[in-house]
Design a protein around this ligand. Structure first.
Ligand code: UDP
Ligand code: MG
Length: 320
């Protein structure tokens, strides 16, 4: 029977943890009861440098029942890295791992279906939102633009899939081989391969608390996702360059014609307009190139993505 690890990144989630832990535990109990997973299965809460009582709640849960485990990174490193810290931690302590958000937006009842699909031989099972009714108008539409843009730029992602997914231990080990610092797990997963499937669920509203992904974080996450997986923006710059060259050649003909017909004084406004236009194109292009150079700069340093501060695990003798 497979040993399941459920990995839950948590940043200031004191309002939801009690409910989340209850619901996840009942899923585990049910699956153990139905002989689908081993009784050794567990839930790992990753505390991503929370400033509230998140870690205290995790410690209390662990004291009550060691099916609840905890891991604390040394400061707030962000959802993706916190999740990776958890996945790396469980990679040699389970047969399958499922990652899920702490706020109960993802349907915990889809976990059973994921386990069934794994039993049918799938190494990765993606949780896909069948509806976004409960998301705000803004979130729904920005997300749609993002997915469309990603696919237009040639990045393969699973539509409407966030980070609710099952991974077998070999998929997990394959994931850990990707050494990139600019983490966008959703883009890496399709590169891993193996047999995959999807499970559809209704995405609910956050159980309590507020989103830990404000607009600026979401935007930088989207830019990161695109520039980590596609060099098309760089190519578009070259294309824009070629197009403006053609335009300038055509206007050169026009300028020469005007010159020879004696019409040379007018045109100050059009010249100013084109200088500003070309100038801004150059600056934007430099910005896009800078984005990639910055990425290379971050990658070559090979800094660790996170430091683990404390762990609470079943027979952990090194408890801090
Ligand atoms: N999260 C995290 N670190 C962060 C921000 C978020 O670990 O810096 C966790 C958060 O606790 C939650 C998950 O990532 O479990 C998704 O965050 P949230 O629900 O706030 O994002 P949204 O659903 O609004 O996009
Ligand atoms: Mg959420």
């Amino acid at each position: 029977m497979v040993k399941l690890a459920i990995v839950v990144p948590c940043y200031n989630e004191e309002e939801v943890l009690n409910e989340t832990s209850k619901r996840l535990l009942s899923v585990i109990d049910k699956l153990v009861h139905n002989n689908k997973i081993s009784p050794e299965s567990y839930i790992l809460f990753v505390n991503d440098g929370s400033k509230d009582n998140t870690w205290m709640i995790i410690s209390e849960l662990h004291e009550l029942n060691d099916t609840f485990c905890g891991l604390s990174v040394s400061r707030n490193v962000g959802h993706q890295k916190a999740l990776l810290a958890g996945l790396e931690f469980v990679s040699d302590k389970c047969d399958v791992a499922i990652s899920i958000d702490a706020d109960l937006q993802d349907d915990v009842n889809a976990i059973e279906e994921m386990i069934d699909k794994h039993a049918q031989g799938n190494d990765i099972v993606y949780g896909v939102r069948s509806s976004r009714e409960k998301d705000s108008f803004f979130k729904k539409h920005t997300a749609l633009v993002f997915y469309k843009l990603m696919s237009a730029l040639g990045v393969e992602t699973v539509y409407n899939h966030a980070d609710f997914r099952l991974m077998s231990s070999r998929a997990l080990n394959a994931l850990l081989e990707y050494k990139e610092r600019n983490l966008f797990l959703r883009g890496i997963m399709p590169l891993i391969g193996y047999q995959t499937d999807k499970v559809y669920y209704k995405r609910d509203a956050r159980f309590a608390g507020t989103s830990k992904y404000p607009f600026n974080k979401m935007l930088s996450f989207a830019i990161n996702g695109i520039t980590s997986f596609s060099v098309k923006p760089l190519r578009i710059i070259s294309l824009v360059g070629v197009i403006s060259l053609i335009i300038s050649l055509i206007s050169l003909i026009y300028i020469l014609i005007s010159y020879f017909s004696g019409n040379i004084i007018q045109g100050w406004s059009s010249m100013m307009a084109s200088i500003w236009f070309i100038g801004s194109l150059i600056i934007i292009s430099l910005g896009v190139i800078g984005e990639y150079v910055g990425k290379i700069y971050i990658e070559v340093k090979e800094r660790p993505l996170f430091n683990i501060e404390k762990t609470l695990f079943k027979d952990d003798k090194t408890k801090l």
